[in-house]
Design a protein around this ligand. Structure first.
Ligand code: PRP
Length: 195
């Protein structure tokens, strides 16, 4: 018999128990990501070589993997890593480049993939940094958008879900580097990060 997806003692349950509620189920995320992938691929359809798709590590890892597989077209991949949060639940406002792109983007269509737009600091910084390298275009796909938290104006071209100002984890999003491998997105119990 096939092994059950989740057994009662599954360690996934231990992480799930730290959630106050599930905001987006695995199925809701997968459905939306497939639709977004098809929409984005359609928008780049007349670009023969396809975009350079850039994942912003580490939070975008899951979204990047699923979205690019839902874009049925040739494309190339690169990654960049920025630090903006420190270890807590709020953006520090300080941004530093931890890992630059491997390749040049001059003349290419660039699609940045991000897990969440919160204060907008991270994406404003990255877009400014990459604009200076003269790509043909830059677009941004963000799975989650928390517009109520903006400190600098920023609008993503593609947004999976607009959400309220709750601290969420799962599907790439972490608290102190944990919970990224949860397949769903949930609100973390506040007592776990408030003391
Ligand atoms: C988080 C998140 C976004 C950014 C959003 O990254 O993944 O990149 O913060 O916040 P902002 O809009 O307020 O700038 P983090 O620095 O925590 O790194 P991570 O992706 O490795 O989790």
């Amino acid at each position: 018999m096939d092994k059950l997806y989740r057994e009662p003692e599954d360690k996934l349950d231990i992480m799930e128990a730290d959630l106050e509620c599930v905001l987006l189920t695995d199925e809701q995320i997968q459905r939306r990501v497939k639709d977004l992938g098809a929409q984005i691929a359609g928008d780049y359809a007349d670009n023969g070589q396809g975009p350079v798709v850039i994942g912003i590590l580490k939070g975008a890892a899951m979204f990047f993997a699923d979205l690019t597989r839902a874009m049925h077209m040739p494309l190339t991949m690169d990654f960049i890593s920025i630090s903006s949060y420190g270890g807590g639940t709020k953006s520090s406002g300080e941004v530093s480049l931890k890992k630059d792109l491997d390749g040049a983007i001059e003349g290419y269509d660039v699609l940045l993939i991000e897990d969440i737009v919160d204060s907008g600091v991270t994406l404003s910084y990255i877009v400014r940094l990459l604009q200076a390298r003269k790509p043909r275009s830059i677009k941004v796909a963000a799975l989650l958008d928390k517009p109520s938290r903006r400190r600098v104006p920023f609008k993503a071209d593609y947004v999976g879900f607009e959400i309220e100002d709750k601290f969420v984890v799962g599907y790439g999003l972490d608290f102190n580097q944990k919970y990224r491998n949860l397949p769903m997105i949930g609100v973390l119990k506040p007592e776990l990060y408030m003391n």
